[in-house]
Design a protein around this ligand. Structure first.
Ligand code: TEU
Length: 573
């Protein structure tokens, strides 16, 4: 049974505000810059925008450290700019989603400042405060051995009140204590503030970290190289997680026609995922399961080397494509966001001879699957990772820099760090945050400032929007065609049933699957993830019509010869 919803059919374009378009030449993207590009965004076939945080913030983690949920980071613009943005989106039939960062606040948020005042502060319990441990030598130690996701201990000592507070990310991002009901109410009021302004929903940051094991127990020492250990089994998807989401839904979301997408870290199994999104549980509309972006993360750390294998992508794709209909849930389709490298550079190829083909092939993968489609700014023109020539000084993101420095500290000054830089070139968050490449002008047309906040990718003269506009063979034109086809044939793609072709199941080079609508329309998707040509035979689809990619009108008995990184799409109707 198909329940059609606008949020299921949405194509969501993620904007990273700092890097989209700088309208006033201060080197940082801004809200007026976004407003000036709404017609461009609309022209892609996008129906919604998710904007990374724009709230007031000291920017220790690019706005994922909010100091006032009802105010705007001044260099981005003002509240009235957001109102204009909402209006501009709605006039064009585009929905606007904000990033809801409520697992933690900034240390500069008024709540935290009050919480710091004394142990008896009325807001003390809004965060996690704990007494130190004293070891055998009488030395003060953190309350448990958890590592921060950004390195070091997850606990920060507060001299004035003689306790530690918990921060799973930076020390300037103290975790909110969701067991405190007053804190939850205050957060719900902030959510309503935005929904009342007309915002259409939220991407919920670090969603499943909001409920932690009540005892905050020590994590098992699985990594012998570090003193601090991943406590994810105790801080992710804790015992009250579903209660909080249901409460949020009852008290806030159900009053609006809004969309919710939760960021799900660390939790990957089918049953746990289903509990968030099965329709009859009335929790979230959909999730970003992290498995798609973690495919090439190392066993102990993101920046350890791990080769990407197409079979992993196939497993993850099949798992969610097949399981969502089983429990009447819904999921996202995505590969890129602001937290990692670009999919083209990690899972396909950004070498000059393959790049255009690879960008189109990945667009076909995303554009044909069932779920709500999310794309990252610049993906529509095949933007890629930074080049290997970038040095450590060119990277600006705190996560990668912290990692690099921690390794350097272990190895000692002057050590060879080329292996770490190679991994950063693949996976550093900077890659997903590169300034948008609009044209071949200075700073890719992103900013007129002599010193933009972040270095522009070296390839912008060839790879930019202006160069692709008006070129029917461009990556940009391909995305537009793909999205138009997806909208026209929603029952095949958005709501269709996925089936992988058994014959090619174990191939590490080609991915072949079909999508079928409830009324029998079937599309055949052929994707070559390798730099070799592949003849795909025995398709039993003779005479099917070409929908997108490749040449030749109909499928012949000989099957299809795929060029390196080529994607082809055929239909039986
Ligand atoms: O990310 C949550 C998260 O777990 C990430 O740290 C992720 O594991 C990592 O970036 C992979 O490299 C969210 C935001 O998307 C991220 O930008 C923020 O830094 C983080 O929360 C803290 O708010």
């Amino acid at each position: 049974q198909l329940t059609r919803k606008w949020w299921k059919e949405a194509v969501v374009y993620q904007i990273y505000p700092a890097s989209f378009l700088d309208s006033n030449g201060d080197g940082l993207g801004d809200l007026p810059g976004i407003i000036s590009k709404l017609d461009y965004i609309k022209s892609l076939g996008v129906t919604a925008i998710w904007m990374s945080p724009i709230y007031k913030s000291p920017q220790h983690d690019m706005g994922y450290d909010v100091s006032d949920y009802r105010d705007i980071h001044q260099p981005y613009g003002s509240l009235s700019d957001v109102e204009h943005l909402i209006q501009g989106c709605h006039e064009r039939g585009i929905k606007l989603l904000l990033d809801l960062v409520v697992n933690h606040t900034s240390h500069e948020h008024a709540w935290f400042k009050e919480s710091c005042q004394s142990r008896s502060s009325p807001k003390r319990d809004w965060y996690f405060w704990r007494d130190p441990k004293i070891d055998a030598n009488g030395v003060r130690r953190p309350p448990n051995n958890w590592a921060s996701i950004f390195g070091g201990s997850a606990w920060t000592w507060h001299e004035e009140t003689g306790q530690y507070y918990l921060s799973l990310f930076l020390p300037s991002q103290p975790d909110l204590n969701w067991t405190n009901e007053d804190m939850r109410k205050a957060t719900y009021a902030d959510m309503e503030f935005w929904l009342d302004k007309g915002v259409d929903g939220f991407r919920i940051d670090s969603m499943n970290l909001m409920s932690k094991h009540p005892d905050l127990p020590d994590a098992p020492a699985t990594n012998p190289d570090t003193e601090f250990q991943s406590g994810a089994m105790y801080f992710a998807s804790g015992p009250r997680m579903h209660e909080y989401i249901r409460e949020m839904r009852e008290k806030v979301f159900d009053k609006y026609d809004c969309m919710t997408v939760g960021e799900l870290g660390f939790t990957k199994d089918e049953k746990s995922v289903s509990e968030y999104v099965a329709e009859d549980r009335h929790e979230l509309n959909m999730l970003f399961t992290g498995d798609i972006v973690d495919m090439d993360f190392g066993p102990n750390h993101k920046y350890e080397h791990c080769d990407f294998k197409l079979s992993t992508l196939k497993e993850i794709t099949s798992l969610w494509q097949n399981s969502m209909p089983k429990f009447n849930g819904w999921n996202t389709v995505y590969m890129d966001n602001h937290d990692s490298g670009r999919s083209i550079s990690r899972y396909a190829s950004d070498l000059p001879q393959y790049r255009e083909q690879a960008a189109k092939m990945l667009a076909m993968y995303l554009g044909t699957l069932s779920g709500t489609l999310f794309m990252l700014q610049g993906q529509e023109i095949g933007m890629a990772n930074v080049p290997e020539s970038w040095g450590f000084e060119d990277y600006v993101d705190v996560e990668g820099k912290n990692y690099y420095n921690s390794v350097l500290e272990k190895r000692g000054p002057g050590a060879d760090m080329s292996d770490v830089l190679r991994e950063m070139r693949l996976k550093a968050r900077d890659n997903g945050r590169l300034p948008m490449q609009w044209n071949a002008d200075k700073n890719s047309g992103f900013s007129t400032s002599p010193t933009p906040w972040m270095r522009v990718n070296d390839d912008y003269k060839q790879w930019n929007v202006a160069a692709q506009e008006g070129d029917d063979g461009s990556v940009l034109a391909f995305w537009r065609e793909m999205l138009a086809l997806r909208q026209r044939e929603k029952d095949v793609f958005v709501y269709g049933r996925f089936a992988m072709l058994e014959e090619y199941k174990d191939s590490e080079d080609v991915f072949v699957y079909t999508m079928t609508s409830y009324d029998g329309k079937t599309a055949l998707v052929l994707l070559n993830f390798s730099d070799a040509e592949h003849q795909v035979v025995d398709l039993k689809c003779e005479g099917w019509r070409r929908l997108l990619g490749g040449e030749g009108e109909r499928l012949s008995l000989d099957g299809v010869r795929l060029k390196p990184y080529e994607g082809r799409l055929y239909g039986n109707w």
